[in-house]
Design a protein around this ligand. Structure first.
Ligand code: GDP
Ligand code: IMO
Ligand code: MG
Length: 420
């Protein structure tokens, strides 16, 4: 699970943990996600395909994922070009498809918002697709296989959206005949991967195999528990694996929460209490950490480790293991700070994440200064290889966030992980 605002390094950690699992499952989000994995010097970027594919595991897209079929087919083709097998790929027939009008609507809605009201979505059609799903007018993969059903669904769904789409209504890709032909053909191509994902998971659990569920986005972007409306359109906490893939809640026994040593947010809006703002520290971390979105290329905002927000994520997800990534980026920063509490405008100190967005905008992070560490730690492979200042930071995070740190990332590659 992402324990912050996304881009914590979930892809890399999923790839690492997949070695010990038989099956890897995505259960929410769509191609708003971007997961970068580096293995043997080769960089892979996945938006929909679970990050376990590089380990040759069964990789499933559950019913809760929203699929842009062309994007997924492009990704599958990318696998073929890289010589990676797609044999283990499975797709739930109940997964909803992102249709061209969802993407157009996402653009139209973002363009119509003032800078103040902007959400800064990835413009991939995620929100409009989930909205149609909730309104029971969405198109599931299995629906698109029946041309007549697809046509009636598209006609009924598109009609009320036309006034919102304005000029875009005339675009060739938004004409019903075109949509029906194209999306039926795309669905046919994907149908070879169709399987009942929930049953695959239950069968694996019955065989006492390990199933690894890979979250997208992060706890603080969760539709219900993040700072609405600056959130994504799905639940991205551990419980969502149950609804989004059919996982039995009693079979979840470990929850890995991935957190960066410094949190980031890819949008320009949305509360972010510990952000550096336009400062040399922000520039330093953006450059060192390569903080540009995998999906949109937008620069990510950076901030000090926010333990108030992380505690919130630990509780929401039931995190049993924290994974701290990108510690290698924080060298030669003295002091190295963490934020344990927030000060309200009236001076009151709080140690919890407030539910009011305007309050979160006004809080002052109360900073605890740690000594920090010097030099390159990217070659460290054990606790003892780490300098004292790095150990102090890891211990502070684990103790104050409420879950032990069981892995530390010290670089982008698969082997640059310390297990504790
Ligand atoms: P995800 O969306 O959570 O999978 O994360 P992204 O892939 O979007 O962004 C994380 C970025 O950090 C990627 O470029 C990773 O290669 C990189 N990364 C992950 N873990 C580490 C780490 O421990 N150290 C460094 N330097 N980079 C890391
Ligand atoms: P991964 O899985 C970071 C953000 C967008 C925007 C908000 C809503 O790579 O961590 P949406 O397109 O979902 O309607 O946009 O959510 N967002 C992400 N930020 N990482 C992601 O995914 C994100 N997916 C969505 O920037 O603020
Ligand atoms: Mg990402």
């Amino acid at each position: 699970m992402g324990a912050q605002w996304g881009d914590e390094g979930k892809g890399k950690i999923t790839d690492f943990l997949a070695a010990d699992a038989e099956m890897v499952v995505r259960f929410q989000g769509g191609n708003n996600a971007g997961h970068t994995i580096i293995v043997d010097g080769v960089t892979y970027k996945f938006h929909l395909i679970p990050s376990g594919i590089l380990s040759g595991k069964v990789c499933a897209l559950g019913n809760g994922v929203v699929i842009d079929p062309q994007i997924l087919l492009d990704e599958i083709q990318g696998l073929h070009q890289a010589g990676i097998s797609d044999q283990g790929l499975k797709i739930s027939p109940n997964a909803h498809l992102i249709m061209p009008y969802h993407v157009a609507l996402d653009h139209a809605q973002e363009d119509a918002r003032s800078a103040k009201d902007s959400i800064g979505t990835t413009r991939r059609g995620i929100g409009p697709c989930y909205a149609d799903k909730a309104s029971r007018v969405g198109v599931r993969l299995q629906d698109a296989l029946d041309k007549d059903l697809l046509r009636s669904r598209v006609e009924a769904t598109l009609q009320p959206k036309l006034h919102l789409l304005g000029e875009r209504t005339h675009a060739p890709e938004l004409q019903v005949d075109h949509i029906v032909e194209t999306y039926h053909a795309l669905a046919l191509k994907l149908s070879v991967y169709m399987e009942d994902v929930a049953r695959l998971i239950w069968d694996a659990c019955d065989r006492k195999e390990r199933v690894l569920c890979e979250g997208a986005q992060g706890a603080l972007l969760d539709l219900d528990h993040g700072m609405y409306p600056f959130v994504t359109s799905s639940n991205c906490i551990a419980a969502a694996a149950c609804a989004g893939a059919g996982v039995d809640p009693r079979s979840i026994n470990r929850v890995y929460g991935v957190a960066k040593a410094y949190p980031t947010r890819v949008d320009t809006v949305g509360p972010f209490p510990t952000k550096f703002g336009d400062s040399p520290m922000n520039t330093l971390l953006v450059e060192r950490g390569g903080e540009f979105g995998t999906t949109t290329g937008r620069q990510r905002r950076c901030g000090w480790m926010d333990l108030v927000a992380l505690r919130h994520a630990v509780r929401l997800n039931g995190i049993t293991d924290l994974v701290l990534t990108k510690l290698d980026v924080m060298y030669d920063i003295h002091p190295l700070c963490v934020v344990d509490t927030y000060a309200l405008p009236d001076g009151q100190i709080i140690d919890y994440y407030p539910y009011q967005a305007d309050l979160l905008d006004q809080v002052h992070p109360v900073i605890t200064e740690l000594s920090g560490f010097s030099g390159d730690i990217s070659g460290a492979r054990s606790w003892d290889d780490l300098p004292h200042g790095a150990q102090e930071f890891i211990q502070a995070v684990g103790e104050r966030a409420g879950a032990p740190v069981s892995m530390v990332g010290v670089g982008q590659s698969r082997e640059q992980i310390i297990t504790l």
